[in-house]
Structures are given as structure tokens and as C-alpha cells.
Design a protein around this ligand. Structure first.
Ligand SMILES: [Fe+2]
Ligand SMILES: [Fe+2]
Length: 297
């Protein structure tokens, strides 16, 4: 199948919409953001202090739901651990406390919305799965993009993982009205981001940004999430661009398979990836295999 459609170009309102205090204030006023679980607050304090792995493990084990979910996530294919982790302490020693902290935030987020069943694409489990697959692709892309030196693999994964959580909060707040917006805006020819800005004055990336800021994942993660649908600035690439491209690849793979991935790669500015054009097909194949593996585990 040949695909010639380019991704909806991020121009106009999306391009001009900046991460700013005003957008975040509007989000804080209009969207129901889940309260920060005490375990996340305590964990953040511990990660900034000199807590031992044992103390951190003990904190997480106080919440059976969270620690069980952490172990499930840690033993999933994405971490590729050779040995099965059967305790948080074991997981902490295998992954390190920083990665464990991210997994714990992910588990807490799933817990916060566990009772909120929702239609496809806006319920927390679909959004989390989408985040995981986007993280797998983003990490592979990031290896071939010249990014600022302070962006490491863990930050790439964290941003990808949480980039769309704002969609769950929007559904939790506006219910069917948000679902209608989600399902009708592409049919009306406008992007979801445009529709969100028109309706709310902010988009789901801003909501994701406020959630992760409150949860203590740091201002750089927050800014990246707010910008993950921003127009790419040729020659000066950011982590938000990597997340944006990874997101596009995941969606296109879902609709068109490997040719969808190739379509995205061929439409990127040539200087975005340090991969020769003739090496793009095997790269697309490796991305397709990784997505397939994660989706079918
Ligand atoms: Fe998004
Ligand atoms: Fe996404």
C-alpha cells in the first residue's frame, strides 16, 4: 500500500500555542487532576535525599496495589530483565532507584484512574499502553537524533510514557463531551489538538504537563509534554520532537503497518535522523518488530 499523506502539519494554533503559566492556570482551574498519592510525595523526597534501596522498597511495599503493579510492569517485556523480579527490593537492585521511581509513578497513575472505565484511547489502560509503545520507539529514535546533552535514555522513556496522560484527565473531567471531541475532530478535518485548544484554551499535552509537574517528575519532563505536538523547529531538535515523531510512528503502524512507519520516516527533515536513506527500511523494520512484540506480549 502506498501512503502519501503527511501527518497533519503542526501549524497555526498548535504552533503558536506555547507552554506557559496561563495555559497551566487554565488547566488547574478547569480539569480534575488526580491528587498526588502520598507514596509519590514520600518517594520523591527519598529520591532527593539519601534513602537506601531498602527504605525505598519498604515504602512501596506499604501499598500492595502499587507494589504489585510495579512488579507486573517491571517484569513486562519492556525492561527485558533476564531474571523474574519477585520483590520490590529485587527490582530496585536490578533497575536502580531512579527507574523504579518512574515505574512507581506509572503504577500510582494507573491506580488513580483504575475505577474510571472509558472508551478506547481515553481510558487509562489504553493510554498507558500507548505510552509504553511510544517509549520503545522514542528510545530507538533518540539514539539517532542530536539532542541536548542533558537528555538521557531515562528521560526519553519517561516523557514518552506520560505524554498523553492528559487525555485521561480530560475524559475524567468532561466525559462524553471529550469523547465526542476525540472522535469527531479528525472527521471534521481538524486535529484533536486544534479542537482541544478551541474548546478549552489548552490541549491534552498541557494537562499531561501539569500532572507530571504536580507528581514531581520535573520541569523538563513537564515542558516536553506540553510541547509534544508543537511544530518541529528544523535544525534545533528537541525531545518533544522525538516524542512527536514516535507518537506518529505508533499511530501509523497501527493503521498501515511498516509502510506507515516508512511514510513518517521519509517525511522527516533529512537532518533529523543520522540514518542514511538506504538504511531507513531496516530501521523501520526494527521499529515494527519492537512495536509488534510489545503489543502482543
Ligand atoms: Fe498527544
Ligand atoms: Fe500519543
Amino acid at each position: 500500500m502506498s501512503i502519501t499523506t503527511k501527518r497533519v502539519p503542526l501549524v497555526g494554533r498548535e504552533a503558536n500555542h506555547k507552554f506557559n503559566a496561563e495555559a497551566l492556570e487554565r488547566v488547574a482551574r478547569d480539569v480534575e487532576i488526580p491528587p498526588v498519592p502520598s507514596v509519590v510525595l514520600e518517594l520523591n523526597e527519598m529520591l532527593q535525599g539519601s534513602a537506601s534501596i531498602g527504605e525505598i522498597a519498604k515504602l512501596l511495599e506499604r501499598d500492595a496495589f502499587v507494589s504489585g503493579l510495579c512488579l507486573k510492569l517491571i517484569n513486562s517485556v519492556r525492561y527485558g530483565l533476564r531474571a523474574h523480579c519477585d520483590s520490590i527490593l529485587h527490582a530496585a537492585s536490578m533497575l536502580g532507584v531512579r527507574k523504579l521511581g518512574i515505574v512507581a509513578s506509572e503504577a500510582c497513575l494507573l491506580k488513580s484512574y483504575a475505577d474510571l472505565s472509558g472508551p478506547p484511547d481515553v481510558n487509562v489502560f489504553d493510554v498507558q499502553k500507548h505510552g509504553v509503545v511510544t517509549a520503545i520507539v522514542a528510545r530507538q529514535l533518540a539514539m539517532h537524533v542530536r539532542l541536548p546533552a542533558n537528555v538521557d535514555d531515562s528521560m526519553v522513556a519517561t516523557c514518552a510514557l506520560f505524554h498523553d496522560v492528559g487525555r485521561v484527565a480530560l475524559y475524567a473531567t468532561f466525559h462524553d463531551r471529550y469523547v465526542e471531541l476525540t472522535y469527531t475532530s479528525p472527521l471534521a478535518g481538524a486535529s484533536l489538538v486544534s479542537a482541544e485548544i478551541d474548546n478549552y484554551g489548552f490541549h491534552h499535552g498541557d494537562v499531561s504537563a501539569l500532572i507530571v509537574e504536580r507528581w514531581g517528575l520535573g520541569p523538563r519532563v513537564s515542558q516536553t509534554l506540553s510541547e509534544h505536538h508543537k511544530e518541529m523547529n528544523t535544525g534545533d531538535f528537541t525531545l518533544a520532537d522525538v516524542i512527536n515523531v514516535a507518537d506518529d510512528i505508533v499511530h501509523r503502524y497501527k493503521s498501515y503497518g511498516i509502510s506507515g512507519i516508512m511514510n513518517t520516516l521519509l517525511n522527516l527533515p533529512p537532518e533529523f535522523l543520522s540514518i542514511a536513506r538506504e538504511d531507513l527500511p531496516p530501521f523501520a523494520q526494527s521499529l515494527a518488530s519492537a512495536i509488534f512484540k510489545e503489543c502482543t506480549q
